[in-house]
Ligand binder design. Structure first.
Ligand SMILES: [Zn+2]
Length: 94
């Protein structure tokens, strides 16, 4: 079982959280001028990364806040967690 360090509550068991998928997808803009293929890719195509990966998680049985998790998908080792709008500098610079 993973121990995930919520930025607001501290370390908790994985069962308190829900994974919300990749952190990276950014909504294409302007939305009314985006073609169908771009919307399809935005909604359904994911990188399925093998290795270091940025994800968003929800602390559903805690503070109910979303945050970022930087996890290696091969080993499940979590390098860092942080607020969605402020990725940890140690992860961004590497
Ligand atoms: Zn929390």
């Amino acid at each position: 079982m993973l121990r995930i360090d919520c930025p607001w509550c501290g370390p908790r068991d994985e069962t308190e959280f829900r994974c919300g998928g990749e952190l990276a997808p950014v909504r294409p803009e302007p939305f009314d001028r985006v073609d169908a293929a771009t919307w399809r890719d935005h909604l359904f195509v994911r990188a399925n990364t093998c290795g270091p990966h940025a994800e968003r998680w929800l602390h559903v049985y805690g503070c109910r806040r979303w945050f970022s998790v930087f996890r290696d998908t091969r080993t499940h080792v979590i390098a860092a967690t942080g607020p969605l709008d402020l990725p940890p500098a140690s992860v961004v610079s590497s």
